[in-house]
Each structure stands twice: as C-alpha cells, then as structure tokens.
Design a protein around this ligand. Structure first.
Ligand SMILES: C[S@@+](CC[C@H](N)C(=O)[O-])C[C@H]1O[C@@H](n2cnc3c(N)ncnc32)[C@H](O)[C@@H]1O
Length: 454
C-alpha cells in the first residue's frame, strides 16, 4: 500500500509541511490543556497494566498520531524506544499497523500483552487455576535464587512468589503465561523491599521491612483482576470499532527485543515514527534497567522473546549499562565530534568543563550513543514519512542540556528536517513526573518535535 508523502492537495512538500504545522498548532491550542492535565481514565484503557517509568502522555500522542496518520494511506507506525507501548496502544486505537523495539525485556512483555490476543475468558480461567495451584503448593523450595536476594525479598514473600512462578510455568498457553507474568512483575514491584518512591533500586530500612504487612497472593489477584478488566474493556472497544477478529487485533504488530543501534534495516519501511528516547544517561536520569531487574528475575524470559538473554540480569546494573549512555568509555575526540555534529551542545560542554569530569563524561556518553542510534531509527522511516519525538531538557551542572536543539541538528545530517514544535508544560507534582525519578524539579516541560524525512 503506497503512502502519500504530502498532504492531499498540497502543491509541494514545503506547502504540505506548512499545512501540517498549522494543523498541529491548532491542535495544541485546542487540546493543550488536556495534555498538561491528562485524565488517565478518560479513554485510555491500556495504559495502566504495569507502572513503567517515564511513560508518554497517551492523550497527547493520540492527538498527534491522529493528525499525522491523516497524511498517509494505511500508514505503519514505528517506535524504536517503545517502553510500555503508549505509541503501540494509540496506534491500535487508530487501527494502524505498528513496529516497536526496546532493549528492555520488561517493555517487550508489556507490549506483547497489550498487542493481544484478547482471549480474556481464557486468561480468567487460567488465572483462577494459577491462584488455586499456587496456594495449594506445599513445596518450600525457592524457585529463584540470585545474589543478594534476601536484601530484596522477605523469605515469606520469596516463597509465595516461587509458588506463583511454578503455577504459571505449567500453564500451556503462552499468551496466558505472558498475561500472568505481567501481573507477577507488578506484584514483585509492590512486594519487594525496594522503595516505590524511586525508579532506582533502593532498599527500605530493616525495621520497615520487618514491620510491613505484605499480602503477595492478594496483590497478585488484585493485579490480575485489574488487568483483566482493562483488557476486557479494550477488547470490547476494539471489537466495536471492527478492529478485533476472534480476539486478535486486525492490524499487524511486530515487536523486537534489542538495542536500537543493532536494528536491522526493514524491508517494509514505516510512514510515521512516534517516539520518546531516554532524556539522558541512565545513572542520573531514569534507570529503566534497575526498575526491571527484580520483576525480570521471576519471569521466564523465554516467554517474552526468543532473543531474551540472561545477561541482562548479570547484575542490577547490567541492562542499564547496555542502554544509551550506559558505557562511559569515551574516545578523546568524542566531545569535539559531538560539538561539530550538534553545535548547540558546545555551550553545555564549556559549562561542564570546570566541574568534576564525571558530568562531562555522562553527557558525552549519552549523546554519543544517542547520535549512533539515530540512523537505525531514521532508516525505518520511508522517504516522505514523518517523525515526532517527545523530549525534555534536563539540568546538569546548573544548566539545561538542550536535547531538543541537539536532536534537530543531529537529524539534519540524515535529511530529516523540522516541521514544527509542540510544547507540554508539566504541572508540578504530577504523578507522571513522580515516576520520572524525581525529575519534576529538573524538567519543567516536554517538547514534541515533528520532522519529515525528505
Ligand atoms: C522514555 S522511555 C520510553 C517510554 C515509552 N514512550 C512509554 O510511553 O512507555 C525510553 C525507552 O528507551 C529504552 N532504551 C534505552 N536504551 C535503548 C537502546 N539502546 N535500544 C533500545 N531501547 C532503549 C528504554 O528501555 C526505555 O524503555
């Protein structure tokens, strides 16, 4: 199916871009207040299956995607940093095909559950069997052992999680198992000894660990029930829109587990890339890997993806060090070449130069990896296709790091040119910011930059 590269009726690509910019500006004027104060319960049934860090605002992405998709005939959407799949869910809500990739197996698990099948009756029956079987399991053996597990789990909690894991493993249907693994992941998050107030692993004080009342089976059952309700609602909505056939989404969805820098060129390019990358290195910003570490310990990774590799669990930091900005091994010329490719970074590196070297290294390592990731994102976008990036400028060493301007400069080298910019102010104390690892004080807003690949 061919994509239309320009807006219907536009005389030239420049006119098409101007029309698109005008439409998006109108959209911001009309809907901007909703993006600042999103109401999760409004129409977004799929966004609360697991509390993933730094999720995009579904309302805003939905609105933008709706405008972008009108420019193409049967577009395919691409997100190379898919995370919990906000773009995936909104693509499904609009009946579009989708390709997503992420380095974090937990992200791919969430996306697979969102993608379906929506066999909620089978999930419910299987969930009851898993609960009954786990409660009846007399085995006092731990199903999972890893270094330092006692730091993160009380013995009684580890035993209950072991019984649930054993009960899930014997379920024959992989889609049912994935549904249960996701509920188990949320149960691990809520019942471990790590604080919930931060994305980083951070043990609670021992008196709090001892005195805390934890109901593992109750948490698991409640999560299963909540997720069942959300999937039921989403399934009914998709069916009503004619987007579900025998419980399967009618569009095509492909999910890939892996580093974006290793993404193979696709034979079927996408028309719209809608994405939100990490905003900086994951030591000082969001540690997606640490957040996923304990849940992934209890899940059978083979049920997530054949490419899943235990090496992401080699330590609590392993996944983060494989992610963008994870390796601080820098070349002497890295800062210089980054400033050549993205001149707006020059002022940042000059400001950081007198500060402890670590600051420069972190920023440089992140931008080096970010720059290296861009060809893989861009190559999957058909020429004439559009791409929208949600980014935020964080503070390092007393000043902002201009990720937005650097992105414009770095993409220019790939023939990807800016069309317009939308802003979203982040109200102080919003829940979404709390899960951004205490970023509320360092990021006052997010920008969506819209480009066209010429
Ligand atoms: C801002 S989050 C995306 C959140 C997503 N938009 C959502 O709404 O849930 C950035 C994502 O980039 C992923 N990531 C970091 N380094 C990566 C890499 N090298 N390759 C692929 N994904 C990576 C992280 O695992 C994380 O899920």
């Amino acid at each position: 199916m061919g994509a239309l590269a320009t807006l219907a009726g536009a005389e030239s690509p420049a006119v098409a871009d101007a029309q698109l910019a005008a439409r998006l500006a109108d959209l911001q004027a009309e809907r901007g207040h909703k993006w600042a104060e999103p109401n999760d319960s409004e129409s977004h049934r799929l966004h609360g299956l697991f509390q993933y860090p730094a999720m995009m605002v579904p309302e805003m992405q939905h609105d933008i995607l709706d405008v972008l998709q009108a420019n193409f005939e049967a577009p395919r959407v691409w997100d190379g940093f898919v995370g919990s799949g906000t773009t995936l869910a909104e693509s499904m809500n609009l009946g579009l095909d989708f390709v997503g990739r992420d380095i974090n197996p937990l992200a791919i698990l969430i996306c697979r559950v969102k993608a379906g099948p929506y066999h909620v009756g089978a999930f419910a029956a299987s969930a009851q069997r898993v609960i009954d079987r786990s409660k009846a399991d007399p085995d006092r053996k731990l199903a999972v052992l890893f270094p330092n597990w006692q730091k993160w789990f009380r013995m009684s909690v580890a035993l209950a999680l072991s019984r649930i894991r054993r009960a899930i493993l014997v379920e024959p249907n992989p889609a049912c198992r994935r549904f249960h693994w996701l509920a188990l992941a949320e149960t691990v998050r809520l019942c471990s000894n790590s604080r919930l107030s931060t994305v980083k692993l951070h043990a609670r004080p021992s008196d709090e660990v001892k005195s805390r009342a934890i109901d593992v089976y109750g948490t698991f059952s409640t999560t299963l029930l909540r997720n069942l309700e959300r999937l039921t609602e989403q399934g009914e909505w998709l069916a009503q829109e004619g987007l579900l056939n025998s419980g399967y989404y009618t569009g095509q969805i492909a999910l890939e587990l892996g580093d974006i820098r290793d993404a193979p060129a696709s034979t079927e390019p996408c028309h719209i890339a809608l994405t939100s990358p990490p905003y900086g290195d994951n030591t000082s910003t969001v540690t997606y890997g640490q957040h996923a570490y304990l849940p992934l310990r209890w899940i059978d990774l083979r049920d997530i993806d054949p490419a899943a590799d235990d090496k992401v669990l080699a330590s609590t930091h392993a996944l983060d060090s494989m992610s963008l900005g994870g390796s601080r091994r820098l070349d002497e010329r890295d800062v210089e070449s980054l400033c050549e490719a993205a001149p707006s970074l020059k002022a940042t590196f000059e400001r950081l130069a007198p500060l402890p070297r670590d600051r420069t290294n972190r920023v440089a390592a992140f931008f080096r990896d970010f720059r290296d990731a861009l060809p893989s994102v861009v190559e999957r976008i058909e020429r004439g296709g559009v791409t929208a990036w949600t980014v935020g400028n964080r503070q390092v060493g007393g000043g902002q790091v201009p990720l937005d301007d650097a992105l414009v400069e770095l993409l220019e080298a790939h023939d990807v040119s800016p069309i317009c910019r939308l802003e979203r102010t982040i109200p102080a104390g919003r829940k979404r910011m709390a899960v951004r690892n205490g970023h509320a004080d360092t990021i006052a807003g997010e920008t969506v930059l819209v480009f066209r690949r010429s």
